[in-house]
Design a protein around this ligand. Structure first.
Ligand code: BES
Ligand code: MN
Ligand code: ZN
Length: 494
């Protein structure tokens, strides 16, 4: 069964107390930081016999950090299962409103959700957050996949449904991209093989993307040997898939993604503990795919290329060995001292091919590249490397506005000495120190000077244990919103 998680239905209606009274799901109301109850909130309080007022006077509520949610279970006077009382300041940022929507959806779990809009909260941020927070990847749980009746809908009650509908118009395109990224990342590697990933991208032709698939034979012809080397131990064929959205005639922005559908480490085999998480090692490719989906869905007036390298890193009789020397498409020879540093081998050829073929005006790669970036930045901040100050500030600004954590890390040419090989032009692994930086320095060899380039190491942010209070457990979809905003603010109308 191909797994496509459906967006919850989002309805914007004019405030209807009769419906709300008999509504059996969860109802969310908003309160300001100082516990001020708006007219709407007071109306709800009246219905439930003053339970909201009591909550607002409680220690629990005064200790609640905004944007946060307190839950009243089985409130009086109505049929709702829970009242979600959300604390949010006046003039909150859009990212806080989005965060609040996510929290509301997570508290509503699998229930229907009704949100009573309030003047002090912008409905579009909360609604987007609620849609994103409703995501759950449960197609492999027998009971829930049999549960046809389960529909998690979101209804926003507002005084001005028409203007709310206009404001919420961009939500489905954004959410669809993020849902697509999350589905791809969450999918286990026995289902999402290189072949299946390729097939899912080819399907995106239906929404207007042009898709080119390069198979192993064609990759060999092109000389993409470092990319092919990674997949040699696997029974699944390697491929490069290139999506194009031509919404303008400008030189394209290129998005490039690492798509290792499973990373065992290869002959330099990883230890068993938590190896199962390496099913997410294609998250870079998934972000690129999700972002392209969003851009196509909203028909962005921009020219964007999305290129992904799809391989599986397995040990085997044909697998790449430590000590092997492989020639890259660029022409540099690479000594492989550790087959677990495979992502950079995939990206080296892919970055080169994209520059040769499409002459992009700028390029961003996304990759779950190093454990070292997790040591340095944890799971809230992606490591951002760049050769261009202006381009990277635009990217970081977009990430900040979207609430996707990102922190600039240095490129540092002197560390190229750590990549000196005994036999070849370069080796694929530096020493123990500065692991995320030496990985970025390796990539930099394959970026032409003059091409503004960003490398986003998303090993920490792509996947969450569920404690970060943001996305549901599993894939986060980090990056889709940043790319979407970056394109909107910097690559449209040219
Ligand atoms: N895919 C891993 C990086 C990774 C680690 C992603 C943990 C997500 C969570 C990458 O291919 C890898 O194995 N990197 C090695 C590089 C080392 C051999 C130089 C690492 O970070 O240990
Ligand atoms: Mn690896
Ligand atoms: Zn990897």
């Amino acid at each position: 069964m191909p797994n496509v998680t459906k967006l919850p239905e989002l309805n914007l209606v004019s405030t209807d107390w009769k419906t709300l009274k008999s509504f059996s799901g969860c109802i969310a109301v908003f309160v300001t930081n100082d516990g001020k109850c708006s007219a709407k909130c007071q109306e709800m309080d009246k219905i439930c016999g003053g339970q909201i007022g009591r909550l607002l006077a409680s220690r629990e509520f005064s200790k609640l950090k905004p944007p946060g949610v307190s839950v009243i279970r089985y409130p009086a006077g109505c049929s709702a299962e829970s009242l979600l009382v959300a604390k949010i300041p006046e003039f909150a940022s859009q990212k806080d409103e989005k965060r609040l929507g996510e929290t509301i959806a997570s508290k509503a779990a699998e229930n229907q959700l009704a949100i009573i809009a309030d003047e002090h909260v912008r409905v579009q941020g909360v609604a987007l957050g609620a849609v994103l927070g409703s995501y759950s990847f449960d197609c492999y749980r027998t009971e829930s996949s049999n549960d046809e009746a389960r529909t998690n809908g979101i209804t926003v009650h507002t005084d001005n449904p028409q203007s709310a509908r206009d404001l919420c118009e961009p939500i489905p395109a954004i959410a669809e991209g993020i849902y697509a990224t999350r589905d791809l990342v969450n999918e286990p590697a026995n289902v999402l093989t290189t072949v299946e990933f390729t097939r899912r991208i080819v399907e995106l032709q239906e929404i207007g993307l042009s898709v080119t698939v390069l198979n192993e034979e064609e990759l060999k012809q092109l000389g993409m040997r470092t990319l092919l080397a990674v997949g040699e131990g696997s029974d699944s064929p390697s491929s490069v898939v290139i999506m194009e959205w031509k919404g303008s005639s400008a030189q394209p922005l290129a998005l490039v993604g690492k798509g290792v559908v499973f990373d065992t480490g290869g002959i330099s085999l990883k230890p068993a503990a938590r190896m199962e998480e390496m099913t997410m090692d294609m998250a870079g490719a998934a972000v690129v795919t999700g972002a392209m989906k969003t851009l196509a869905a909203r028909k962005a007036p921009a020219h964007v290329i999305g290129a992904v390298g799809l391989v599986e890193n397995m040990p085997g009789g044909r697998a790449l060995r430590p000590g092997d020397v492989v020639k890259s498409m660029k022409g540099d020879s690479v000594e492989i001292t550790n087959t677990d540093a495979e992502g950079r081998l995939v990206l080296a050829d892919l970055l080169w091919h994209v520059q040769q073929t499409y002459e992009p005006s700028a390029m961003v790669d996304f990759a779950t590249l190093t454990g070292a970036i997790i040591v340095g930045l944890g799971d809230d901040l992606a490591g951002i490397f760049s050769n261009d100050d202006e381009f990277v500030s635009a990217f970081l600004d977009a990430a900040d506005k979207e609430g996707e954590g990102a922190w600039r890390m240095p490129l540092h040419d002197p560390y190229d000495r750590l990549l000196k090989s005994r036999v070849a032009d370069v080796k694929n692994v530096g020493g123990r120190g500065a692991g995320a930086i030496t990985a970025a320095q390796f990539l930099k060899r394959f970026v032409k000077s003059g091409c503004p380039w960003i490398h986003a190491d998303i090993a920490g942010v792509a996947y969450s244990g569920g404690q970060n209070g943001k996305s549901p457990k599993g894939a986060t979809g980090w990056g889709v919103q940043t790319v979407n905003r970056l394109v909107r603010e910097k690559f449209e109308g040219k």
